[in-house]
Write a protein that binds this ligand. Structure first.
Ligand SMILES: Nc1ncnc2c1ncn2[C@@H]1O[C@H](COP(=O)(O)OP(=O)(O)OP(=O)(O)O)[C@@H](O)[C@H]1O
Ligand SMILES: [Mg+2]
Length: 256
């Protein structure tokens, strides 16, 4: 089995989509075949980081879930979207930005089992080394099913009491579901926070390793989700920290 990575957080806006896109970019630069799926069907967005506007999403995960379109046909090759040569490839499976499609999810829900079947199919059809799943915040049925089929879970949290509490719940559930590797990523850390001290505290609290502590970065904020930071700024200190997260996942690819 190839590596399937769920990127999750209990609360919204923690940095899931940016972390997912940056890790995808780094792994593809290193020669991996990477899939990125926007499983945040209620509030999609990761397509922006790969240079795709919502209006330009012509085939989406919704077409697979509701309209029977083969999932392999939905994947869009966005390898060249950053203007940087990559040895590997990046395939994006976006979610629809059409209001009717989004409200249908809210009204009718969808077959979460079909989604997990589609994810496995995608890995095989595109011969992926790794599939990164950008999830909707909070715990719901599709998150639980994505955890069941994942070998790696990245839980993103900000150093904030509300995030700490929610992260405890996600970590407990993931352990009960026996996700083989669970890593925490502390994001948006203010500059006065000592990364080593945060790492110790968080690892003790949740019993999971911290893959990285990312500082709040004005440079990242300025890019404003218009690209993959690590590919645009390969020498930036934040890119070095994203690489640490990618190398944890890379280790799982070789072990899988
Ligand atoms: N380390 C950081 N420093 C500064 N800004 C950041 C950092 N990480 C992410 N951001 C910014 O925070 C915002 C939210 O990031 P992102 O969209 O990746 O989070 P998310 O968890 O996917 O959100 P949602 O739950 O809404 O899907 C974006 O504007 C992004 O540019
Ligand atoms: Mg997101």
């Amino acid at each position: 089995m190839r590596t399937i990575v769920s990127v999750h957080s209990f609360r919204g806006g923690t940095g899931k989509s940016n972390t997912t896109a940056n890790v995808a970019g780094i792994l593809a630069k290193q020669g991996r075949r990477v899939g990125v799926i926007d499983a945040d069907i209620q509030s999609p967005g990761i397509h922006n980081l790969f240079g795709v506007a919502g209006d330009d999403v012509t085939a989406s995960l919704n077409d697979f879930l509701w309209h029977g379109k083969p999932i392999g046909e939905i994947a869009q090759d966005v390898t060249d979207s950053q203007g940087v040569p990559l040895d590997g490839r990046i395939f994006l499976i976006p979610s629809s930005m059409q209001p009717g499609e989004i409200t249908r999810v809210l009204r009718e829900g969808y077959d979460a089992q079909l989604l997990t079947k589609g994810l496995r199919q995608l890995v095989d059809e595109l011969d992926l080394d790794v599939l990164l799943i950008d999830t909707h915040p909070g715990l719901n049925e599709e998150t639980l099913l994505s955890l069941v089929i994942s070998n790696v879970l990245l839980i993103i949290l900000r150093p904030d009491r509300q995030d700490y509490e929610g992260t405890g719940i996600t970590a407990r559930v993931a352990k009960e579901l026996e996700v083989p590797s669970i890593y925490l990523v502390v994001n948006k850390a203010p500059s006065d926070l000592d990364p080593a001290a945060v790492t110790r505290r968080v690892e003790e609290a949740y019993g999971c390793p911290v893959a990285a502590v990312l500082p709040h970065s004005d440079d990242l904020m300025s890019l404003a989700s218009e690209g993959v930071f690590a590919l645009r700024y390969p020498d930036h200190p934040v890119t070095g920290i994203y690489r640490r997260i990618a190398s944890r996942i890379d280790g799982s690819i070789d072990a899988a």
